[in-house]
Write a new protein. Structure first.
Length: 293
C-alpha cells in the first residue's frame, strides 16, 4: 500500500541564508524520502550531494512571436499582457514572456503565434541519500516557475514509484514566480532567516507568501548569534503571527569547510551546530506528521 506522501519545502526570503546547507543536513538526518532541488536559477545542492544523473530531458516553454507584417498596432496585446513582456511599440521581449498565450488570443489580426523553445533541462539522479529531481535553466532561460513545477512533478512521481513518505524540497529563494511554484501542494514551509534587519524584512514577506498560499510556515534562525536583538525581534514577529519557531543555528565556520569537502555539516563534524540542526529536524518532523489533512 502506498504511504501518504508529505512535502516539506525549505525556503528563504533571498539567497545566501544557508537554505541549501540546511537542506543537505536534513537529507542526512531524514529517512524514506526523495529530494527536489527547486532552486533552478542557481542550483547548488548538487555541490554537496554529487548526484549521478540517470535521466535528462529538455524542458520546452512557449514564447510569443509576432509577425510584423500582420500587426496593425491596435495595442490589444500590450493592454492584456500581465507580465510586462510587450513594449510600447508592441514588440515582444522573449526573456520576459511567460508563455501564457493571452496576446495570441486577443490579437485581432492573428499576428502573434506561440512557439516552443528549449529553456532548460530537468534531471533525475541518484545521490548517497536517495533519488533527486532537479533542473537547470539554459543561458537566458526564463519561465523558471514552469521548470520548478516540472521538478516537483518529477519528485512526486519518484516518491510514488519508490513508495517514500517524504519529499524534501530545496525551494527557490525570493518571493517570485518560482517560489510560488515551489510552494504548491507543500504541507509545511521551513523558513530559514538570519538575524539582520533585511533578514527580518525578507522573513515577513516570505511568511506572508506561504500563508497566502495555504502552506503553514515554521521558522529557524541561521547564524543566530550574529545579533541577539534581531534574533529576539524575529521570535517576537513569529509569536505575533502565530508561527512556530523551530530553532536557532549558530554561526559555524565548519559549515563552509564541510561544503568545500562536499559534505553536509551533519556528516562532517559534531558539536553545537549539528545538535541545533538535529533539534530543528525533530521539531519539523513532529509538525510534518501532525499536519491536518
Ligand atoms: S504570451 Fe503572455 S507573457 Fe508572453 S507576451 Fe503574450 S501575453 Fe505576454
Ligand atoms: S494585438 Fe496584434 S495587431 Fe494589435 S498590436 Fe498586438 S500584435 Fe499588433
Amino acid at each position: 500500500m502506498n504511504k501518504q506522501i508529505k512535502e516539506l519545502i525549505v525556503i528563504s526570503g533571498k539567497g545566501g541564508t544557508g537554505k541549501t546547507t540546511l537542506v543537505s543536513s536534513l537529507a542526512a538526518l531524514a529517512e524514506d524520502f526523495v529530494l527536489a532541488d527547486c532552486d533552478v536559477d542557481a542550483p547548488d545542492l548538487h555541490l554537496i550531494l554529487d548526484p549521478e544523473n540517470y535521466q535528462s530531458e529538455p524542458f520546452y516553454t512557449q514564447v510569443a512571436v509576432k509577425d510584423e507584417e500582420k500587426c496593425s498596432g491596435c495595442g490589444q496585446c500590450l493592454d492584456h499582457c500581465r507580465f510586462g513582456a510587450i513594449d510600447k511599440d508592441y514588440s515582444i521581449d522573449p526573456l520576459a514572456c511567460e508563455g501564457c498565450g493571452v496576446c495570441e488570443f486577443v490579437c485581432p489580426e492573428g499576428a502573434i503565434r506561440m512557439e516552443e523553445e528549449v529553456s532548460g533541462h530537468s534531471y533525475l539522479s541518484k545521490t548517497r541519500y536517495g533519488s533527486m529531481a532537479h533542473a537547470e535553466l539554459g543561458p537566458g532561460g526564463e519561465a523558471s516557475g514552469q521548470l520548478v513545477t516540472r521538478v516537483k512533478e518529477n519528485a512526486r512521481d519518484l516518491s510514488a514509484e519508490e513508495n517514500k513518505e517524504l519529499i524534501l524540497v530545496d525551494g527557490s529563494p525570493g518571493i517570485g514566480c518560482p517560489v510560488i511554484a515551489s510552494l504548491s501542494n507543500a504541507d509545511l514551509a521551513l523558513i530559514v532567516t538570519e538575524p539582520t534587519q533585511s533578514g527580518i524584512h525578507d522573513l515577513e514577506r516570505i511568511a506572508g507568501v506561504a500563508q497566502h498560499f495555504g502552506v503553514r510556515p515554521l521558522v529557524c534562525i541561521n547564524k543566530s548569534d550574529l545579533s541577539e536583538l534581531n534574533a529576539e525581534e524575529i521570535e517576537n514577529f513569529a509569536s505575533r503571527k502565530g508561527i512556530q519557531m523551530v530553532g536557532r543555528i549558530p554561526y559555524d565556520r565548519e559549515i563552509v569547510e564541510a561544503m568545500v569537502n562536499g559534505k553536509s555539516i551533519v556528516e562532517y563534524t559534531r558539536g553545537e551546530t549539528v545538535d541545533a540542526i538535529k533539534g530543528v529536524w525533530e521539531k519539523v518532523r513532529a509538525n510534518l506528521w501532525n499536519v491536518e489533512d
